[in-house]
Design a protein around this ligand. Structure first.
Ligand SMILES: [Zn+2]
Length: 365
């Protein structure tokens, strides 16, 4: 995926190399923090981060050699340096906000990447509305990736929507710069019955090398579930109990687990990790729907991570569920989700890994 609003790693690789080699100064250096490494699940004391052109050039014990007279130096003062948080599935419209105002509301909470499915506007304005949300998303100072809506209307024949999304719309949108995959495939009976339109949307997404979002809102883990999984959705956020999370992960899907304004699905499912001991890298946190009141009063992904920790999850594992796990799922592990060279410089400073106060947010450097 190329986001024209922001340089890619290969675009600026020479600059990153020169900073890391000590031949050129960094734009910004964050000094003397505890490096939370979500690849190895370690916390490493006394580390520095050197940033150039919005991406990370170097992380190590001493970046003073990357510091020039014009380098901005941020003193971490021993605080934890964690990657910016990712919301793996959500709808901006649920906040009653535009993409710009949603970003403004959540950046102070540490959210620097969002995977948004604008299916509400798709109901009103069709493909043109999706494009409006997509284009505004690309203008923001944080990473807002768009999931192409799959099911507008969500219940054909029962809703009088203004527009309909077609399989041709999905195929076209896969070429847009900010499209990261297909939004939640809510028509699970359609997939289970091999409905040609639903399968065409999934095929267009898979052939573009992108991720098919799932939405299997049924407690039935029998043949309908098996048929749905066989159709291609790669994640699902409709699970409500531990067995749901386990069934999805065993079948090679990612369990996406929600804490939204009205969704409280983390406590019941995180026991798959905390008690059953399953591999946590296939467990991803998201909000799905947050009203603006929740954003103002309770937070965003910081609220979800705190809640996962309060449910007994190791803080480093909970952070992986909102950073690297999400990035990996969408094929973006080399772009976001960790504090390592080449990645977008999305860094939070916090003095406590359990309460997770968001004390400073650096987005794209
Ligand atoms: Zn959703």
């Amino acid at each position: 995926m190329t986001d024209k609003a922001f340089p890619s790693w290969p675009d600026i690789a020479p600059d990153l190399i020169h900073v890391a080699a000590g031949r050129a100064p960094a734009d910004t250096v964050i000094r003397q923090g505890k490096w939370v490494n979500v690849h190895t699940r370690e916390v490493l004391d006394n580390h520095d981060i050197a940033i150039k052109s919005g991406r990370i050039a170097y992380v190590g014990p001493d970046a003073s050699y990357c510091t020039g007279p014009d380098t901005q130096v941020i003193e971490a003062q021993g605080r934890y340096m964690i990657p910016g948080l990712c919301d793996a599935h959500m709808h901006i419209e649920s906040g009653m906000l535009t993409p710009a105002e949603f970003a403004r509301a959540v950046i102070p909470h540490g959210t620097t990447s969002m995977f948004t499915d604008p299916h509400e506007i798709a109901n009103v304005l069709g493909l043109e509305g999706v494009r409006l949300m997509h284009d505004e998303a690309l203008l923001q100072p944080v990473n807002i990736f768009t999931q192409m809506p799959s099911c507008a209307p969500s219940a054909p024949g029962l809703e009088t929507t203004g527009f309909e999304i077609t399989a041709e719309d999905v195929a076209e949108a896969m070429h847009w710069p900010g499209i990261v995959g297909l939004g939640e495939m809510m028509n699970f009976p359609g997939v289970a019955n091999a409905d040609p339109k639903m399968l065409a949307e999934i095929a267009a997404t898979q052939r573009a090398g992108k991720t098919v979002g799932g939405h299997y809102a049924s407690p039935d883990l029998g043949r309908d579930f098996a048929a749905y999984v066989a159709g291609g959705p790669a994640d699902d956020h409709e699970g409500t109990c531990e067995a749901d999370a386990i069934a999805r992960m065993r079948q090679g899907m990612r369990a996406m687990v929600r804490l939204g304004s009205a969704w409280y699905d983390v406590e019941a499912q995180i026991t798959a990790i905390t008690e059953k001991g399953l591999d946590p890298r296939n467990f991803i946190l998201c909000t799905d729907d947050c009203h603006s009141g929740t954003l103002v009063h309770d937070g965003h992904m910081n609220r979800v991570v705190r809640h996962a920790i309060a449910c007994g999850c190791d803080p480093l594992i909970a952070l992986q569920m909102a950073t690297i796990n999400t990035a990996t799922h969408f094929g973006l592990e080399r772009d976001i989700g960790s504090i390592t060279p080449g990645r977008r410089a999305d860094v939070i400073l916090t003095s406590d890994l359990t309460d997770l106060p968001i004390e400073l947010v650096v987005a794209r450097g």
